[in-house]
Design a protein around this ligand. Structure first.
Ligand code: ADP
Ligand code: MG
Length: 330
């Protein structure tokens, strides 16, 4: 069997990595050399994806590659940064060239779509783990932060929450199971949302100067709203009846199960943001410009924590509040 060593694998990666004019030195030296545009700020995000924790062990190599970059681009999107460069850390149980080629198929498809250059990394032996750092650029003072929501803001989200959690549910790994007549094509659509999340990069850029606070929904709608609330010193109140539901989630889960998935499930990589009254037209324009659906789902109030109500004002009891690694309440 072909068991290429570390240097053969790195050479395979180097041959396929894209570049940009601002990459003075990419893969091949002791460090990459980059030329940031004068006066711009750098935003840097990193996420580690471990097999069996951050993706199901049966995930295709190309999907692992896509997701490893997507979750990082999502963090840059949530800051309103324009992605430019990334690095890739690989721990592999064996020097499996076919696995690396497959991983690159997904990783580089997303990198090329966003004109992100892979400029370096590290390749080691160990339990399967993929670490990515992504570097983005933004004008000084324009970053979208999570700590600047204000009482009176509306709360918005992009896309449809709960889809990735629905896929995990169908695998028996989630907060709820599909009903017994769940159509196969709906379950496949949910699995695609888990495996190939869409980082909302264009929306993040379009929300600069429009949104107050912004965060990406990686831990779950309620958990990430709680992060905004805590960082901003405010309360977030959702109207559960406003949460947008994808056709696939609606087809595969009963209403109560669907709401639990939407409240507590992570891995959607949509943006949650707040904006003052009067910003609706600018938000709709940002959504249209970026080709991203957005929905108003709640309000920021004075106080602390996260509340979920139905449209008739009654409190809605959610299940768990989000995914955390150590089981603490988020
Ligand atoms: P060093 O020992 O100097 O750290 P390495 O042998 O680890 O160098 O890496 C050689 C070159 O290959 C470096 O430019 C490094 O950034 C790059 N590289 C190593 N692994 C990867 C990877 N998985 N993805 C992208 N570049 C990589
Ligand atoms: Mg090294």
């Amino acid at each position: 069997m072909d068991r290429p060593g570390e240097f053969d694998l790195i050479e395979r990666i180097r041959r396929r990595a894209g570049t940009r004019a601002d990459v003075l030195l990419g893969i091949g030296d002791d460090a990459a050399l980059l030329q940031p545009p004068a006066g711009m700020q750098l935003a840097i995000a990193m996420d580690v994806l471990n097999a069996g924790v951050h993706f199901p062990v049966d995930t295709a190599p190309a999907d692992i590659g896509w997701k490893a970059l997507a979750v990082n681009l999502s963090d840059l999107a949530a800051m309103g940064a324009s992605p430019a460069w990334c690095t890739l850390g690989l721990a592999l149980p064996q020097g499996d060239a076919a696995f690396v080629d497959g991983l690159l198929d997904g990783f580089l498809a997303l990198a090329d779509a966003h004109r992100v250059a892979l400029v370096g990394g590290d390749t080691t032996r160990g339990p399967l783990s993929v670490s990515v750092t992504a570097h983005g650029l933004l004008p000084p003072g324009s970053a979208l932060r999570r700590g600047v929501a204000r009482a009176g803001d509306s709360v918005w989200i992009s896309g449809t929450p709960g889809d990735a959690a629905g896929a995990l549910g169908a695998l028996g790994l989630g907060l709820a199971v599909p009903h017994e007549h769940a159509p196969a094509d709906a379950l496949a659509a949910l699995r695609a949302r888990l495996d190939r999340p869409t980082p909302r990069v264009a929306l993040g850029l379009a929300l600069r100067g429009v949104a107050h606070a912004c965060i990406d929904i990686s831990d779950g709608l309620l958990a990430d709203a709680a992060h905004v609330a805590a960082a901003s010193g405010v309360a977030v109140e959702f109207d559960v009846d406003l949460w947008p539901t994808s056709p696939a989630l609606a087809a595969a889960f009963d209403t109560d199960a669907r709401r639990v998935l939407q409240a507590g499930g992570g891995d959607d990589y949509e943006l949650l943001f707040t904006a003052p009254d009067g910003a609706e037209a600018a938000i709709e324009a940002a959504a249209a410009r970026s080709g991203t659906p957005v929905t108003r789902v709640g309000r920021v109030r004075a106080g602390a924590g996260v509340a979920v109500r139905a449209s008739d004002g009654r409190a809605w009891a959610a299940g768990r509040r989000g995914y955390t690694h150590f089981g603490e309440d988020a």
